[in-house]
Ligand binder design. Structure first.
Ligand SMILES: Cc1cc2nc3c(=O)[nH]c(=O)nc-3n(C[C@H](O)[C@H](O)[C@H](O)COP(=O)(O)OP(=O)(O)OC[C@H]3O[C@@H](n4cnc5c(N)ncnc54)[C@H](O)[C@@H]3O)c2cc1C
Ligand code: FES
Ligand code: FES
Length: 480
């Protein structure tokens, strides 16, 4: 195990040896690291919780030893060991060495895309990530690339114009000229297991599941992290010093996606961004939910393992996964079991996962003929917002129009993701028509006592939950 991390910054390999005295520890965020360097003050801290995008950087990751994939990320949510083996690109790296601005920077100047300028470096980095990944982006792709960046004064029209003007060069820029050399540098960084030990902290970044189980045996209280989009807030907002961490982000076994005729199995460490193109065709309701999940910066880090691991009552992937009849794969050192999502959630952030088990994958069965699944998220804003409530619904109907089976799974209505079983039981065997659905709607109240909080009152939640069932009926009928 190596006690240090290496990554590429400013065109060279940088190594941080945590055994040497310094103020940096393994949970120092990349944002704080960059801001401690004289040449990287362009990265800004706005919220330190992934909401504003002022800290956006781009990470370059080797794909198949030959090419680099660029993805935007909120540096306030990245612990330093998470960038081991990657290229870290900041706004300072975008200018051509000859002094010429990058095409996305020039377009921002030409379209007057900046006023006070606080958000601008983050916005430029999101546009750079779009520039490298998409030629001639659609308006939808531009909006999606900018969802994680807040601008309070300029307004988005000129920024969107800048994106449309700039992203037409097939991703070619001065970084492309240095591409092969950077690939060589990234390949030269050893992908060995890491153990960083400081006076106060121990951070393990193993490369195999067997090593994870061995660390867990020796450090049962260690906090597991995958994308850290939940866990990082304990450090940045609660100022916790987490003594022991096991980071799963470099475990190849957790990153596999397996597609068969009947199921799709997604590794717990697959990011939502990586999963989206693989689910779009067979699981459109899950895809729809993920497209309003956080922002690109969040989805580039967040994993299914993390969403299931935090088991939040407003975890957005959970109701729709329940509607698809998904199972969680739980592995322990000497075995594994598949647990249906119906049996997985036990209470507030309480699950059936035993202390020695890890989530290793989620298995989603493909729909049989005649089944319909839909997902709904109700939040104050469409994008980058926490659900007030959400729904994942499934209907299996007979040819006669009779309900054979129905799943009405809700988030934000109870202490856990939960099904409206009374309404479901009422609907089974009945005709799927408006009259029956209207009779089922009040029955949803029987299974939930929602709370009032800053997002909505209990009564709003009840009414919205009932109306979502009506919307589901309308959607299934409209699509027939
Ligand atoms: C700005 C912002 C926006 C967000 N928007 C949304 C949203 O729209 N919808 C939504 O549902 N959530 C949202 N989240 C919450 C978060 O992104 C998700 O819950 C995400 O799926 C967590 O994944 P992660 O890999 O980052 O988890 P981590 O932070 O790494 O881990 C989360 C929890 O899961 C546990 N865990 C992780 N992997 C495993 C594993 N393999 N086995 C067992 N336990 C494990 C960890 O110990 C931890 O308790 C948002 C967060 C932020 C900061
Ligand atoms: S500082 Fe706001 S997203 Fe990182
Ligand atoms: S230019 Fe001021 S916040 Fe965007």
């Amino acid at each position: 195990m190596i006690p240090e991390i290496s990554f590429v910054l400013d065109g060279s390999i940088v190594t941080i040896d945590f055994t040497k005295p310094s103020s940096r520890g393994p949970t120092t965020t990349v944002l704080n690291y960059l801001r401690s360097l004289p040449g990287h003050k362009g990265v800004k801290e706005g919220c330190a919780e992934g909401d504003c995008g002022a800290c956006t950087v781009v990470l370059g990751e080797l794909v198949g030893n030959k090419s680099i994939r660029y993805k935007s990320a909120d540096s306030c949510l990245l612990f330093l060991p998470m960038i081991h083996g990657r290229q870290l690109i900041t706004v300072e790296n975008l200018k051509d060495p000859s002094g010429e601005l990058h095409p996305v920077q020039s377009a921002m100047v030409e379209s007057s895309g900046s006023q006070c300028g606080f958000c601008t470096p983050g916005i430029v980095m999101s546009l750079f990530s779009l520039y490298k990944s998409t030629d001639h982006p659609t308006r939808l792709q531009i909006d999606d690339a900018l969802t994680g960046n807040l601008c309070r004064c300029t307004g988005y029209k000129p920024i969107i114009e800048a994106a449309a003007h700039a992203c037409v060069h097939k991703g070619l820029d001065h970084l492309s000229r240095d591409y092969s050399r950077i690939v060589g540098l990234l390949k030269s960084i050893p992908q060995a297991p890491i153990h960083i030990k400081t006076k106060l902290q121990s951070y393990f970044k193993p490369t195999s599941l067997s090593a994870v189980f061995s660390h867990r045996r020796q450090h049962p209280d260690a906090v597991i992290v995958s994308g850290a989009t939940d866990v990082a807030l304990r450090v940045t907002k609660k100022h916790e010093l987490i003594p022991e961490i096991i980071d799963l982000s470099d475990i190849a076994e957790l990153k596999a996606i397996t597609n068969t005729a009947t199921t799709l199995t997604i590794g717990a460490g697959v990011t939502l961004t990586e999963a989206m193109p693989r689910i779009e065709h067979d699981f459109p309701a899950l895809y729809k939910m993920l497209s309003v999940f956080g922002s690109q910066q969040i989805r580039n880090l967040a994993t299914f393992g993390g969403n299931l691991g935090s088991a939040s009552p407003i975890g957005d992937a959970l109701p729709v996964l329940m509607a698809y009849g998904a199972k969680v794969v739980l592995k322990r050192p000497n075995g594994k079991r598949d647990v249906s999502l119906d049996d997985y959630f036990l209470g507030y952030r309480k699950t059936a996962r035993a202390a020695n088990e890890l989530i290793t994958a989620i298995v989603i069965p493909k729909l049989k003929n005649g089944a319909a699944v839909r997902s709904y998220k109700i939040s104050k804003r469409k994008d980058l917002d926490i659900s007030t409530l959400s729904g994942g619904f499934r209907l299996d109907a007979k040819n006669s129009g009779t309900v054979k089976n129905i799943v009405l799974a809700y988030g934000g209505m109870a202490e856990r993701t939960k099904r409206a079983t009374t309404a479901e039981q009422f609907l089974v065997g009945k005709q799927w028509n408006r009259q029956t659905v209207e009779r089922a709607m009040p029955l949803i109240d029987k299974d939930f006592t929602p709370i009032s909080d800053a997002r909505a009152g209990a009564e709003f939640r009840k009414v919205a939950a009932r109306n979502l069932l009506l919307k589901f009926w309308t959607d299934t009928v409209m699509n027939e």
